[in-house]
Design a binder for this molecule. Structure first.
Ligand SMILES: C[S@@+](CC[C@H](N)C(=O)[O-])C[C@H]1O[C@@H](n2cnc3c(N)ncnc32)[C@H](O)[C@@H]1O
Length: 235
């Protein structure tokens, strides 16, 4: 496994996930870029969103992913899990989930075999090892289910030397514990858990990004995020 410290060019102070998102929560939705994840979700041809009856939203955060699902026509039951209480409070206020549980995505209290969609957006870099995540998604999945993962692209972490980070109330840039996963780590962990890869998209730094971050011209056309859609064959 690769160690982020080999690529770190920023040297920001690093905090754990719950501490980091507990502080970032006040500005999170103003700073996260929809083009990173929601634009990729918009491009997917599977799963058939409108047919989804029960969704597990792992690492649901403030409910951004859940709100996108509702806009996309997912009308069934939507359960979210996250380990940061402050993020869950925001999600509760948003009101798009049916249930919100505080817990770890690698060992949730959700029911086995009950979900025809498991989705997880922008959390993979916080997991040291992807295998427990894909195994837990498999445990939750009903026959015929899809699992959608949006990841922070390893190329961008390496090329920019930048961890997931935020700016705290004092103006300090603070990193949240970041791990580098090659795309083959995702493929190995997903296949190893039983999933079949059904679709994959990569998002690159394009004009939409550069409008927001002109200083990133040097990264034009570098991949920054990836969406993987996994399928569990019906029994
Ligand atoms: C970048 S936010 C993404 C939130 C939401 N999915 C979105 O796209 O806006 C990452 C979230 O993952 C959560 N998280 C990270 N590691 C986790 C874990 N092992 N178990 C549960 N939640 C986790 C954090 O608390 C945070 O709310």
């Amino acid at each position: 496994m690769l160690d982020f410290s080999d690529f770190d060019t920023r040297g920001y102070r690093t905090v754990d996930v719950a501490t980091g998102y507990g502080q970032w929560v006040t500005t999170y939705e103003d700073t996260v870029e929809d083009v990173m994840d929601l634009a990729l979700l918009d491009e997917l041809t599977v799963p058939p969103w409108r047919e989804v009856r029960r969704t597990a939203d792992l690492g649901c955060g403030t409910g951004r992913t859940g709100a996108w699902l509702r806009r996309r026509g997912v009308t069934g039951t939507l359960d979210g899990v996250d380990l940061t209480p402050g993020m869950l409070r925001k999600a509760r206020a948003k009101g798009v989930h049916d249930r919100l549980l505080e817990g770890d995505v690698r060992a949730t209290e959700l029911e086995s075999g009950a979900y025809d969609l498991v989705i997880s957006s922008l959390i993979d870099e916080h997991l040291p090892d992807l295998r427990p995540f894909y195994q837990e998604a498999w445990r939750l999945a009903a026959p015929g289910a899809h699992c959608v993962v949006v990841a922070f692209h390893p190329h961008f972490i390496m090329a920019s030397g930048m961890p997931t980070h935020f700016t705290d109330a004092s103006g300090e840039h603070v990193a949240i514990s970041t791990h580098v996963h090659l795309l083959s780590d995702h493929v190995s962990a997903g296949l190893g858990a039983g999933w079949r890869l059904a679709e994959m998209r990569e998002g690159v730094i394009d004009d939409r990004w550069l409008e927001r971050k002109p200083k990133w011209e040097k990264y034009r056309h570098h991949p920054i995020s990836a969406a993987l859609v996994w399928h569990r064959e019906g029994d």
